[in-house]
Design a protein around this ligand. Structure first.
Ligand code: FMN
Length: 187
């Protein structure tokens, strides 16, 4: 039973396509009675991982920034929604920096804190070529496999460029809402 879903917005653009899609997924989950929380990576200070691996010795991350609170939010959530637009055929630098910091969970001491939590990815992008979205999805799939987090939902949205443009795609908005409702009940 899902108790809480954490939505992560990796676009710097508030009210942009990623924000709107993550919100819609959380709206669907809320309607299904699940607690939700959304964070904007661009509002937080999440410094780059420098590979010191202190976190692999059972100690807190040496950076001591906003990521410490995000680790706790992840630990207390059942489903994590990762939202990022495509920036140069990859995730945004914000999202990549955030994923790098998930190395905290990639050791025996901390793995159990995320193992088995479900993940959803949301990736809007300008091009119409589906390969662009699949390429970013493949990046997430590999990372999530390492963390032993099953990917339970994937919303890749081609053909959206302008801020908020996805609102004009009613079928996509419906899919996002239904995805939220589905992940809330199917855990
Ligand atoms: C720096 C930058 C790089 C981008 N690179 C790509 C790209 O490689 N492929 C693509 O399809 N769209 C690319 N885009 C377009 C965005 O993915 C698209 O506008 C998306 O809808 C933005 O989502 P947002 O509103 O959540 O920020 C890029 C946009 C920016 C600002």
């Amino acid at each position: 039973m899902v108790m809480k879903i954490l939505g992560i917005v990796g676009s710097p653009r508030k009210n942009g396509n990623t924000h709107i899609l993550v919100s819609k997924i959380l709206e669907g989950a809320t309607k299904a009675g699940i607690a939700v929380e959304m964070i904007f990576l661009n509002d937080l200070t999440i410094r780059e991982c420098d590979g010191c691996h202190v976190c692999w010795t059972g100690k807190p991350c040496a950076k001591n920034d906003d990521m410490n609170a995000v680790y706790e939010k992840i630990i207390t959530s059942d489903v994590i929604v990762f939202g990022t637009p495509v920036y140069w055929f990859g995730p945004t630098a914000l999202m990549k920096g955030f994923i790098d910091r998930l190395v905290y969970f990639n050791c025996p001491e901390n793995r159990a804190k995320v193992k088995g939590k479900s993940a959803v990815i949301v990736v809007p992008y300008e091009e119409e070529n589906p390969e662009t979205g699949e390429f970013v999805a493949a990046f997430f799939e590999k990372c999530l496999r390492h963390l032993e987090m099953p990917l339970v939902g994937k919303l890749l949205v081609p053909g959206v460029t302008q801020k908020g443009e996805v609102l004009s795609k009613s079928n996509v908005m419906k899919m996002a809402f239904e995805l939220g409702a589905k992940i809330a009940i199917c855990e």
